[in-house]
Write a protein that binds this ligand. Sequence first.
Ligand code: ARG
Ligand code: ZN
Length: 875
Amino acid sequence: RPVRLADYQPPAFLIDTVELGIDLDRHRTRVRSVLRVRANPERQAPAALELDGDELKLLSVKLDGRPLPADAHEATAQKLTILQPPAESFTLEIETELDPSANTKLMGLYRSGSAYCTQCEAEGFRRITYFPDRPDVMAVYTVTLTADRDDAPVLLANGNLQQKGEIPETNRHFAVWHDPHPKPSYLFAVVGGNLDRLSDSFTTMSGRKVELGIYVEPGKAGRATYAMDALKRSMVWDEKVFGREYDLDVFNIVAVSDFNMGAMENKGLNVFNDKYVLASPETATDADYAGIESVIAHEYFHNWTGNRITCRDWFQLCLKEGLTVFRDQEFSSDERSRPVKRIADVRTLRSHQFPEDSGPLAHPVRPDTYREINNFYTATIYEKGAEIIRMLKTLIGADLFAKGMDLYFDRHDGQATTIEAFIACFADVSKQDLSQFMLWYAQAGTPEVQVQTRYDAEAKTLHLDVAQKVPATPGQPTKKPMVVPLAFGLLDQDGRDLPIRLADDGWAENGVIVLDQEQKGFTCTGVSARPVLSVNRGFSAPIRLIADITEDDLFFLARHDSDFFNRWEALQKVTLRELVKSVDAIRAGETPATDPRLISAFASSLEDQSLEHAFAAQLLTLPSEVELTLEIGRDIDPDAVHAALLSLRQEIGAGIAAQALERYRSLQDSGPFVPGAASAGRRSLRAVLLGLLTASHGKEAAELAATHYRSATNMTDRISGLAALSRIPGTEREEVLKDFRARYRNDALVMDKWLSIQAAIPEEDALDRVKRLMKEPDFSLSNPNRVRALIGSFAGGNPTQFHRADGTGYQFLVRIIDELDAKNPQVAARLLTAFRSWRTLEAGRRARAEAALKQLAGGGNRSSDVADILTRTLG
Ligand code: ARG
Ligand code: ZN
């Protein structure tokens, strides 16, 4: 059953060209596929040609134009076997029939709203036609689409449009699309439907004119202008920073409302979850705008890192995903504020990837086995994958990194390749041995790095003792030491960076030391007074740092570190230390006592007018419940975690109230909404202050939040007000929730915010509210965005209620997963990952979580997606 990297074999047969004829019909879509097939010269051809299928209905099959006799092939819904294929190249013609309307898995060809669309990554193409559905089989595709003119006036496929016209004497029309770039089947896409188009164009650096189109539901083209702007900026950026140019005459994006993931990079025809395309000041928040910018960039950047150079097999998924996330992060950093983006990315990593990496679902960035590839589109492969690229750049330096990228594009263009081949490019240009670095791909688990310092006043040296430990993870009990690049600096008493001179290595280049053994010592010389150490600057390595830094030093760093990431990190660290103590106190029935220095540190962050607004907002944001949970590590009581955070928030709120209110007021802006980083930053600081000012949950707090809500002239402020008010029980809250619904009930994406805010209310009746909302017309179990907004926010964003001590939260989730599994296994499996840290819970909850998981495992027909997560979660 499981697929293993070690079993990889090149394909037995190659496909040179694919000609597809797709006759779109809501229930009976016909697909005629003509394949030019030849045996792979690099392999001894086996006796039979096997083509993948998934729930397919075969109508006919011909070889070199002649119908294949029954004894020359075998067909099931999952596989088509041609028993004795010719030794020379031949033509295979296969006809299948499918029902797009019945396709609730949203993989393959399905209906979304008024459109037909496809999702083929990773293994969806086999739900359209029989094919060697693996990324190392690359072919040139020509697609002829036909459809009813009224049903699908727009017909799109990959590549360039060759021809279109009417089919005489019928109500149907056709379009022929040709994609000259050989591609794997997972990048195939077609779209048909009644869609509006936002048009623009872009001229590449070599002068190629590209027609740009964004297709959306009728009437919504006005909401695609920001996405279009982000697309053009992405195209410019990839030329400027990576020297990569677009390579077709058209680039189309289609927004659909039913989509399992964020978006898909199909060659020349990206298909998007409409949440990552549609935005207007009245309907989208600043976070939505930032999300659109990064996903548009991500999918566009895939054209080179993913499409021109693709993956040999799905074990190499991070070859394209980690690299492309790195690229989109860099793009956003250049377009917005680099330190703020870095902080946001590290927050994401810590709240999604770290828990994954420390629980039963931990897996290497390049796994060596999987049972269901859909379950490997994870934070580890995406986010930790991006961190590996970032470390590589830190280790070899920006110039060699750029050279290595150029070599990679040069050497592997047009290929389906591997992580080894990618890393070899950087080893070649840097002449460094990167074999130990490869362990980042092979070993799961977040390394723990201990740093101990010894200052010798007489010798004027600072000695650093650095040690690493990589925790055991499923299937990997023991680990080898990794290569950990640690950017660091030393601050003098005035907070200025001291020049760094290392005893053995001379100048530490760019202030980076590299820990590549279990333990290593570094000595900085010429240090005339005890300095303050700032280490893992910019989060140079994705590790858990355990440094012997005193609270005093952390407060000092929070004020003075020239590295803004570490300024933020220092304050987070002290805050976490305080919170851990509070949790213990609360569990012992005591009242937590907060170090007054912490409140002053927050006050001075607020006072410092020189800070960027968005950065100040990050400084003033407390760690999340997930981060605190992770810090504690075991025997978790989610109620105590929640109480500790709430109490600290209230204390800070009370401690800085006067100042905060004044600043809150001064940040108001009555001008028109602009989505740029500067004004978004101002709004985010104002929202964070609102959160602190309303943390008391008193009557005045309710009034302040309600006024914020009512006076809002854009969705960002509206949602900040609603979110703050949602934490304050009372009639005001219920009124405002009603008001919100009345305003936006026709806009599903906006209603998702309404669902998700309510699902996260940390009160006793949360589960009842969620159940009630499930019955509202605003909700549907068939739409992934609705499911994520309501059920996902409950399971992932309401820790006290999901982890209710009575186990009803678990029971509820398990029932939903049971029902959803029959419809959409991918989304069901994703919801199930809410249990990924169940073993770290206190004993009572742990037992209830286990019971719920076992109950799910025991019932009904489980999809391979859900079965895979279940087995691994239970361990
Ligand atoms: N390649 C897409 C992206 O990262 C994700 C598609 C994942 N789809 C899936 N069904 N697993 O942009
Ligand atoms: Zn991607």
